[in-house]
Design a protein around this ligand. Sequence first.
Ligand SMILES: [Ca+2]
Length: 228
Amino acid sequence: MDDTKELDMSGISEMFNEPTANKISVGIVSFFLIFLGINTVDLLDNNEKVRAVVDGDSDWTVSFEEQIVALSNTIVVADGAIETIEFVIEDTLVAEGYRIGGFAIQITYGETSGIPGDPLDSVFASIEQNDLKVVWDDDNNTMTGSSNDGSGIDLYLRAYEGYDGENKNMTGYNEIQVLGPWSMDGTGLGTLNVELSVETNALPFTTDNEEEITVNVNLITFKPTAMN
Ligand SMILES: [Ca+2]
């Protein structure tokens, strides 16, 4: 009995000591590990795809179609006076499916005194902060400007947070989701007030006590489209 046991034991240990048997078992183990490894990678990859669909991880490009709505008004401002020109911005100005992204404002004037050689006046313009629904603290805003040579004054006011007309890369599950940030209602609505003042420049012994100023307001409206 004892002999048989001893024989069996030595048989097993001989098998493990056998170099070929060791190589085979190492081979099997490696294969098994590689196989397991491949499966794990595959599982992770599948998981990633599933997660992409569930979490809405697919990439989209949102582009914008723009329509400019032009408004204009002219006012005569007396020397030293401050006048406010008012534009009421209602949603009826904006086409269906469009939203107001911003206001590009240009103020122009010439010399209207009719006196030959009368030098150009100085004009100062500023957007008055009120309850107009815009991004008042946006870095791209130009709220004030002036001119003393008859060149135009350009002002800009962003109405829609983050809107600059450039395509946006978005991540999301579907079109509705990626268009969500671009579907906010009511931006830009209210009253846009542009404050104007004039300092006339006149030739000696002539009278130039006012100037005519035109304010052109371009409402930049946009309609977003998502593509993936
Ligand atoms: Ca003048």
